[in-house]
Design a protein around this ligand. Structure first.
Ligand code: F3S
Ligand code: F3S
Length: 105
């Protein structure tokens, strides 16, 4: 799967959403999250993010390694909804994101 990391927090550019052929990039309160079971690893999202927040899981920088779990665990209670568009903004974030101060952009 691909992972969205810290640079997305409080930015939410959403360019990635338009590129994803399976609509598996879901919007939380402060960042977006990739549903790991729905992502088909096409990689289309990665180059379009203006803040380079998206990584293939094995290429995620070490300092953002916890974002793999953040993306996975965001869906613990949501499962695989089968499409982000119909979900709209999901008014929550993973605890590691909730704990962050507002990010300067
Ligand atoms: Fe975030 Fe980049 Fe997508 S800022 S919403 S990961 S285009
Ligand atoms: Fe979609 Fe990016 Fe995966 S475009 S299928 S989330 S690699």
């Amino acid at each position: 799967t691909y992972v969205i990391a810290l640079p997305c927090v409080d930015v939410k550019d959403r360019a990635c959403v338009d590129e994803c052929p399976v609509d598996c990039i879901y919007e939380g309160g402060r960042m977006l999250y990739i549903q790991p079971d729905e992502c088909v690893d096409c990689g289309a999202c990665e180059p379009v993010c203006p803040v380079e927040a998206i990584f293939y899981e094995d290429d995620t920088p070490d300092q953002w390694a916890e974002y793999y779990q953040a993306n996975v665990e965001f869906f613990d209670d949501l499962g695989a909804p089968g499409g982000a568009a119909k979900m709209g903004v999901i008014e929550k974030d993973h605890p590691i994101i909730e704990a962050l101060p507002i990010q300067p952009n």
